[in-house]
Design a protein around this ligand. Structure first.
Ligand SMILES: O=P(O)(O)OC[C@H]1O[C@H](O[C@H]2O[C@H](CO)[C@@H](O)[C@H](O)[C@H]2O)[C@H](O)[C@@H](O)[C@@H]1O
Length: 369
């Protein structure tokens, strides 16, 4: 198999780079959501770049993409990357969900609200060690109350077991491994309802042994790179570079790619300082959202108002799904302007908690039907 068969797609391909120079808006795949100043590189274009150029340059393209996706780089260069005007324009297109709370509730117009929450960077702050990405007890209490008011799902790149160890709420729906492992609540609904809802959907179950094998090979291959961390998420795997010295990034890319060359049915994507290795199947967080709505009997309803909150590129699939369905909306958790299909923004997990609290308070004030 040729290396290019092993499709290499960076999740940062649409990650927005805000420049102080004039925007070439023709490069943006979604002019309607990208305010002036945003340059989006389409997936197709990046694939072409990555596949046409020779091996060495392809590694460089990856390293560039790793740099571009690094929030610390954005943080250290804000004024040279985007102007205040561009920032204002982005905020105008993606206002704070807290500032717009009343309007959002009005738009929900009495429909059934369903909540979808990403985990890392949304419910828990981003930290160096993925095993220590704890959610605060305040956040847990808030999510618990939220689930009493609305059906609530956690949609994450982590496997269900790992995310459950952090969240510890049995009354939630879980879509782990980027939506490839879906489970219904085991508590908080009546027994009969629970039996009906005893959801278990694993569209990539055939990949289980392959992911396990790849995980072990990645562990072995990357052990010479200090700071690299490999995680097994059952139907996908992650290789973290948050703690890897930038000088070693190209070495790490080569190591990961060398392992993946033997697995043409897996794809490599990039999240927040992490490589994600996933089966090449037509399934993502957006599909998981759709599946969950259908399982709730709300798939073809005009009466549903889904709200998805997430911070990462993989959450864009869910934001887009909501836009395409014309239902509810997405909220991007970010302090920085990014090209996104979300309608609103929140800065960080503490603002997410404030928003969820207000939702609970709002629900409690509604007349009982
Ligand atoms: O879909 P998500 O819930 O956002 O999962 C995506 C990745 O999240 C985790 O990594 C991220 O959070 C870590 C802890 O804060 C951080 O160290 C890392 O840099 C982030 O990318 C998780 O560990 C990954 O396996 C997931 O792919």
């Amino acid at each position: 198999m040729s290396a290019s068969q092993n499709v290499v797609v960076s999740e940062t391909t649409r990650s927005s780079i805000i420049t102080s120079s004039n925007n070439n808006s023709s490069s943006s795949p979604k002019p309607s959501t990208a305010p002036p100043g945003l340059i989006s590189i389409s997936k197709k274009k990046l694939l072409k770049n990555l596949d046409v150029i020779n091996g060495g340059q392809r590694i460089n393209a990856w390293v560039d993409s790793m740099r571009a996706s690094s929030p610390t780089h954005l943080k250290s260069l804000p004024s040279s990357i985007y102007s205040q005007q561009q920032l204002n324009s982005w905020i105008m297109h993606h206002p704070s969900a807290l500032d717009m709370f009343e309007q959002i509730m009005e738009a929900s117009g009495g429909k059934q609200i369903v909540m979808f929450l990403d985990y890392d960077g949304t419910l828990s702050p981003i930290v160096d060690d993925p095993d220590r990405a704890f959610m605060s007890s305040k956040m847990r209490r808030t999510v618990k109350k939220l689930a009493k008011c609305f059906p609530t799902a956690i949609v994450t790149g982590r496997c269900i077991d790992k995310v459950y160890n952090f969240v510890k709420l049995a009354e939630l729906y879980y879509a782990g491994s980027h939506g490839m492992d879906i489970k219904g609540p085991s508590k908080g609904v009546s027994r009969q309802k629970r039996l009906k809802q005893s959801l278990l959907y694993q569209p990539a179950s055939d990949y289980l042994p392959m992911i396990d094998e790849v995980y072990r090979k990645l562990l072995e291959t990357t052990k010479s790179t200090p700071g690299a961390k490999v995680e097994n998420h059952k139907f996908c795997a992650s290789v973290h570079f948050r703690c890897v010295d930038e000088k070693k990034w190209s070495e790490l890319v080569q190591q990961v790619r060398s392992v993946l060359q033997e697995y043409p049915t897996l794809k490599l994507t990039q999240g927040r300082k992490v490589f994600e290795i996933r089966p090449m199947i037509e399934w993502d967080k957006g599909k998981a959202l759709e599946f969950l709505l259908e399982s709730l009997g709300l798939g073809n309803s005009n009466d549903v108002f889904p709200v998805y909150i997430g911070d990462d590129r993989t959450d864009e699939d869910a934001f887009k799904m909501l836009r395409d369905r014309g239902e509810g909306f997405g909220i991007l958790v970010s302090k920085f302007p990014k090209d996104t299909d979300a309608s609103y923004s929140l800065h960080d997990p503490s603002q997410v908690m404030d928003f969820l609290r207000r939702l609970v308070e709002w629900k409690q004030m509604q007349p009982k039907m």
